[in-house]
Design a protein. Sequence first.
Length: 437
Amino acid sequence: MHFGMEKHMDEIYECSKERMQDKITTMSHYGDAGHGGITRYSLSPEAKQAREEFIKRMKAIGCTIKTDDVADVYATLEGTDPSLPAIVMASHVDSVRNGGNFDGILGVMSAMEVLETVADKKIPHKHNLVAMIWTNEEGSLYPPAMMCSGIVTYDYLPAEIRKNFKEENMLASKSILDPSKTFGMALDASGYKGDKKNRINPKDYMAMFELHIEQGPILEAAGNDIGVVTCVLGMVNYRIKTYGQADHAGTTPMKYRHDALYAAAKLLDYLHTELDKLDSELVYTTGEIVLHPDVHTVIPDYCEFSLDARHEDPKVIEQVVKIIENMPKEEVGCKTGYEVAWTRDTVYYDKTLVSYVQDSVNKLGYSNQRINSGAGHDAQFASYMLPTTMVFVPSKDGHSHCEPEFTSTEQCTKGASVLLGAVLECDSKNGSSLAES
Ligand SMILES: [Zn+2]
């Protein structure tokens, strides 16, 4: 039978719910923590089981497998013109401690499902299609998060991000469980360390897609099955500080105190009040606090807390910065201060690829909406290097990075079908047409 190249654009393909369910069930065994979720640190024996499963299934449909020097895995299903740059679908198989069965792994399973559907239905494609596993996205055992996409896209990253991903520092990153072990040692022992020349790059690859769970409540609340992702929110991350005087908890009358923690509490309350006056889509968080001396019988003399604020519009972020800069210089007898930890501009995904995702979901007729990503993903770093975009599927009750994380098999399969349609539309274009977008 002959398949006309021009034909496949008219067809609407759907992935297999049964095959998706089988992958979800199988992968959930690797790192099973015994109560509904998984702990699957990068390059752990459990993560290697997930990689082996990936490789076994991808080889079964005729893919060739290669790895790069940071153990990223690439399964390539050859197209009719392998000289064209490849289209890659990528995510991660590692998890946080006591994480769920969908963060990351669903992007990998969807990429597998797309290739399996292409192979099963013999869907013609010109470009090589690649399913890829990024190593150490979570950074839960070896910080930081998005480590290997940071290493691989290093030359393309903005300077202020790049400085956090120097390869020698990454290889020296210590295990949080055993400081005598480094990421580099885990890499050497993994059996997955390949050739640096195999790294994803903008010459050999034309586009990257990442399907991911939303990790928030928006799609579910709106009753939509698919999120067409447009950007990763810009953010600022500040350290807010208060300076007091350490004194004895029993002998210092209240009016003589300079309590740095109380000052921090006042300041935090002040910041919430002011930030709540800004755009309702602004999200901000204090998730970390440092207290000195952190002893229950001593009045704290120093407190430092984080303030992470995210919004698509840089003007709103500017207003956040103004509020921080203009906060009270003194609270309850303590001096205050602040420091920028880091900032990131809003990263817009490739408009052409976003339109392919939108076309795909429209053809399939699934309920959908445009959405932005508040969380970081490997796709965000990849987007500095080559045209990239993401597809979101709903997270039940908005939960993620925890065991109750859930997306129905039907929604997972719909996500994979949308991914497939977008990849096929991308395949129908010439490799050069994206560069103009
Ligand atoms: Zn993830």
